[in-house]
Design a protein around this ligand. Structure first.
Ligand code: ASP
Length: 434
């Protein structure tokens, strides 16, 4: 039978009521065979995530503050177990003892997922598989995909319906190691691949990836379908829903990821896949953006006839490890767009090096620029997208300071003053989605 891997985020598992919703979702579809869980998240706006409490517990181990922090952690799990009326021994005292005895930071941080998976396995009456036994890292800290696929694949094959804690695995010496924050998304993708699932459902607290940042466009609609490449563009430009490293295992295995809302399970959510069906294709899939960029503007007469000019300009950036975001060039001028934070301490030396390298007629730095990207596979060879984009910005009184179109016609990026950032995003959303 076709199987689905489901991963639930922290807000979906923050308390007993959320656990019940999750159990209902899982049992509603018999294909939902493999379950990956995060640690209990926030129950209300200023609540603390259990993972954050566990990092605190690690810091407090061996000090008088430890008892109070541990009490908060234990209380979260004990309350969930009690309210779910489960008869399960989580081994909380053993975890506490390990942390007090000096367990490493990653071990401490990982216990939220470990304990939540124990609870979920008991609630569903399904087997628990410890990620430390089948998700592996190499000695250099990188994820060992081949070893994981083999061991995890075998473990899942004879335990259909297992619950696996997200976020962590083991080092070659068996000690626990975590992915970066939000890493349960990665575990979900790894489990989907190792189990041969036909879909990876990632359940969270929003009804999919939104077409624009909801803090700027309050009623932004969810995107119905998006390709991995478009998502990468959106994520790079600041949109965040899924851990970026979760895309790779799913993409290489050709497994679509579906983002869904635990609190609104009837909503269709967003499907991320290699080739979207085209059923919901709009000229623009989404709008994203980032602030705090600087432009280094360089002019030199006959620039286009000087071989190696561009490479001489960018060499001082590379030498300092500064990442160049965009490089629009004209005939006798070019711009280098970089994150302001990366040139803050070395600006004077950087400009000196560029002067020495190419003796420009003009070199100046402008700060306070924001980049706004309009992303969409539907733009390819479609007439009028650029006209609509620039028309909307002009009408909103936004001055465009830089234009860059990605070579795959998957995005158009414009640089605007930081003060115009929100106005630009709202104007573009209005032009393409309203
Ligand atoms: N609980 C971990 C975190 O807060 C991992 C996750 O939720 O994916 O980052």
């Amino acid at each position: 039978m076709e199987t689905i891997t489901v991963k639930f985020g922290g807000s979906s598992l923050a308390d007993a009521a959320q656990f019940r919703k999750v159990a209902e979702i899982i049992t509603a579809d018999p294909r939902r065979a493999f379950v990956v869980v995060s640690a209990p998240g926030r129950r209300f706006a200023d609540d603390t995530k259990v993972t954050d409490l566990l990092y605190q517990a690690f810091e407090h181990a061996g000090t008088p503050a430890f008892a109070g922090t541990w009490a908060q952690i234990a209380e979260r799990f004990e309350t969930i177990v009690r309210e779910l009326d489960l008869n399960v021994d989580l081994g909380l005292d053993d975890v506490k003892a390990e942390i007090e005895a000096g367990a490493n930071q990653d071990y401490c941080a990982s216990r939220g997922e470990y304990l939540n998976a124990k609870i979920m396995a008991a609630l569903l009456d399904r087997p628990f598989i410890d990620a430390a036994d089948c998700v592996f890292f190499r000695a250099d800290g990188s994820f060992d995909a081949a070893r994981t696929d083999e061991t995890l694949g075998a473990a899942l094959a004879d335990k259909t319906g297992a619950v696996v804690p997200g976020f962590y695995g083991a080092n070659p010496d068996g000690s626990v190691r975590t992915f970066s924050r939000g890493g349960s998304d990665i575990t979900g993708a790894i489990v989907a691949r190792a189990s041969g699932s036909s879909c990876y459902e990632n359940w969270t607290d929003v009804s999919g990836i939104l077409a624009a940042d909801p803090r700027i466009v309050a009623d932004a609609l969810p995107i119905r379908e998006i390709t991995y490449r478009e998502l990468r563009e959106m994520a790079y430009m600041g949109a965040s829903v899924l851990h970026e490293d979760a895309i790779y295992p799913a993409r290489t295995a050709g497994i679509p990821i579906r983002i869904r809302n635990t609190n609104a399970p009837g909503d269709p959510g967003t499907v991320i896949s290699r080739e979207a069906s085209g059923e919901h294709l709009l000229p623009v899939t989404g709008i994203a953006g980032k602030k705090d960029f600087s432009i280094i503007h360089i002019e030199k007469d006959q620039m286009n006839e000087t071989p190696g000019f561009v490479s001489k300009v960018i060499e001082p950036f590379a030498a300092r490890g500064i990442s160049i975001e965009h490089l629009p060039t004209g005939i006798d001028s070019m711009c280098v767009v970089v994150p302001t934070a990366q040139i803050r301490d070395s600006r004077t030396e950087l400009l000196c090096d560029i002067r020495d390298a190419v003796s420009p007629d003009v070199i100046l730095v402008e700060n306070d620029m924001a980049l706004v990207a309009v992303v969409g596979r539907g733009m390819v060879r479609r007439k009028g997208v650029a006209a609509r984009l620039f028309g909307a910005l002009a009408q909103a009184g936004v001055n465009v300071r830089m234009i860059d179109q990605g070579s795959g016609e998957l995005n158009i990026i414009v640089g605007v003053d930081t003060a115009d950032y929100e106005t630009a995003i709202r104007a573009l959303y209005g032009a393409f989605f309203a």
